[in-house]
Write a protein that binds this ligand. Structure first.
Ligand SMILES: [Zn+2]
Length: 76
């Protein structure tokens, strides 16, 4: 079953959006990089985070805490 969650997204003007699991090693590595200041030394666990599924949005945040998150850099 495909994971889907409906959460508040601060990057989408604080509206409710669908979120999906982080996908693939590149996305997880990018997420870890951008979340490092948020982790405060704790290990990064990819399954604890999800990404806004709205096209163009790059927000990733904790599944259990929408305020804890970061924005992935633009893909080069
Ligand atoms: Zn969003």
């Amino acid at each position: 079953m495909t994971y889907r969650a409906y959460r508040r997204c601060p990057n989408c003007g604080d509206t409710m959006q669908d979120f999906r699991e982080l996908e693939g090693d590149a996305e997880k590595a990018a997420a870890e990089e951008v979340l490092r200041p948020v982790l405060e030394g704790h290990p990064f666990v990819a399954k604890d985070y999800h990404r806004c599924a709205r096209p163009g949005c790059r927000r990733i945040q904790r599944k259990d805490h929408w305020r804890t998150g970061a924005t992935l850099p633009e893909e080069s």
